[in-house]
Design a protein around this ligand. Structure first.
Ligand code: BTN
Length: 241
């Protein structure tokens, strides 16, 4: 697997998207610093300094889009939980793909971007940020979010290159099976690691907020909410507030 290492870039996702034609399937862009890291819903992803992890994986599974590709972020969230578990913590997933410690403190962020031109899928850029080494002050200063870093949770520094290697081997060891079977391949593990089911939730969906009881996840990885009138809402995008 090819790894392109950069000292600094605006955003590894932006870098990969702008060169998508030239980058091979399963190639990794890893940057030591990001000056304009991007998150979901037009948010930014703050660079917490040296030895935090910013990388993107270029995936070219086929020339046409398949609904399974929408579940890649959920697959990555399960892989992140497994790897973080090796460090002695038990993070949970907040639908669809936030990796949280104690259900409250965000430790990883995942941003998947699809490049389609003229109906042809050029590639998927799966960007992952993981806070591995940060100070308490720097995480406390991130606006609008409660954030943590692995070193703060385990009380010692974390080797970034080792963590990246562990992630990539877990990710690619199971990737072909995930592509073949889709969300159902990770469903049990995803459910075991959830921190949002059987709760009353407010979910931001584009410009509106949907409220209801989180009843379950269907075989496509969609969230099933039951509203006050006992009507079921099936959500395939959204952000739990
Ligand atoms: C989120 O939680 O909103 C997603 C954050 C994703 C951040 C990563 S860091 C590496 C890659 N490059 C980016 O600009 N964003 C992703």
């Amino acid at each position: 697997m090819k790894v392109i290492r950069l000292e600094e870039t605006e955003s590894t996702n932006t870098y990969a998207k702008s060169r998508i034609e030239d980058l091979e399937d399963r190639c990794i862009i890893h940057a030591l610093r990001q000056t304009n890291g991007r998150g979901r819903l037009n948010r930014s992803w703050v660079d917490l300094g040296e030895n935090n992890l910013f990388f993107s994986i270029v995936l070219k599974p086929s020339n046409t889009f398949n609904s399974t590709y929408s579940n890649i972020t959920q697959y990555a969230s399960v892989v992140l939980c497994r790897v973080l578990g090796k460090y002695g913590i038990t993070p949970k997933v907040k639908w669809p793909n936030d990796v949280m410690v104690d259900g409250k403190r965000k430790i990883c962020g995942i941003l998947s971007e699809t490049v389609i031109e003229g109906g042809v899928l050029k590639g998927i850029v799966l960007g992952i940020g993981t806070n591995l080494n940060a100070t308490q002050d720097s995480v406390d200063n991130i606006p609008d979010r409660v954030v943590t870093a692995l070193n703060l949770e385990i009380g010692k520094p974390v080797n970034m290159d080792k963590f990246l290697d562990e992630f990539l081997s877990e990710f690619f060891n199971n990737y072909d099976q995930f592509l073949a079977l889709g969300f159902e391949y990770i469903m049990d593990d995803y459910l075991k690691r959830n921190c949002f089911l059987e709760k009353d939730l407010n979910v931001q969906v584009l410009n509106s907020v949907k409220s209801g009881f989180a009843k379950g996840i269907n075989k496509n990885g969609e969230l099933i909410l039951q509203d006050k009138e006992n009507k079921e809402l099936i959500l395939n995008i959204g952000d739990i507030l």
